[in-house]
Ligand binder design. Structure first.
Ligand code: SF4
Length: 206
């Protein structure tokens, strides 16, 4: 029998979505290991605060078992990373959908998924960390930019995204008041954008 495909998974847990349009809703989190970028204060205005290096090898079947152990009631999975599109494939999204899950993804937008893979996702959040000309993602439901004090309103390539959000850069786990006030001013000046704060850090949930 052929061995099952393995995915490198950093962690699987159950919590509340802390940011974006779906903030406050319960979700299973499937965090893939690995990222194709390394964001830092110097290059992006903030340091990456996600540990995505470590991980364990799991098959689709083992991933579903681990999700079931976290919650048997929750139907939404937030697929995140690192950069989940480095590994996510249709075989895994099909297996998850067969088990009744709805799939949300958080991606940095630098990788173009196949049309089939894109269509298997129920909610796509793009948080770009590369120049607009380097965005490869074809569409998203929610476009979210991290902004530090002094960074202007984005001019996104994915300008037709139905939800456009700006998120103040945190200092570690602390809300940075200066960045927050800057983003509030940006949202007031550009009403087609809305404020999104990483509330899970304020709520102290994962
Ligand atoms: S794209 Fe996201 S996960 Fe990757 S280094 Fe940047 S902030 Fe971290």
């Amino acid at each position: 029998m052929a061995s099952e495909k393995q995915y490198q998974i950093n962690e699987i847990f159950y919590s509340l979505q802390g940011e974006g349009v779906r903030a406050g809703t319960a979700a299973l989190f499937l965090r893939f290991s690995g990222c194709n970028l390394s964001c830092s204060k110097e290059s992006h205005g903030f340091d990456c605060d996600t540990e995505f290096v470590s991980g364990r090898s799991l098959s689709a079947r083992e991933i579903i078992n681990a999700l079931r152990e976290c919650s048997v009631n929750c139907e939404w999975i937030v697929i995140t990373g690192g950069e989940p599109l480095l590994q996510l494939d249709e075989a895994l999204t099909s297996a998850l959908k067969e088990h009744g899950y709805k799939l949300a993804i958080e991606t940095n937008g630098s990788i173009a998924p196949s049309g089939e893979l894109l269509d298997s996702l129920d909610w796509i959040t793009c948080s770009p960390k590369v120049a607009e000309h380097a965005i490869r993602l074809q569409r998203c439901d929610e476009l979210k930019y991290v902004r530090a004090h002094g960074q202007g309103i984005p001019k996104p390539k994915l300008k037709d995204a139905p939800n456009k959000l700006i998120s103040p850069a945190f200092s570690g786990e602390q809300l940075d008041q200066k960045n927050l006030e800057w983003c509030i001013a940006l949202a007031k000046e550009h009403p087609d954008w809305r404020l999104s704060v990483q509330q899970h850090k304020v709520w102290r949930v994962r």
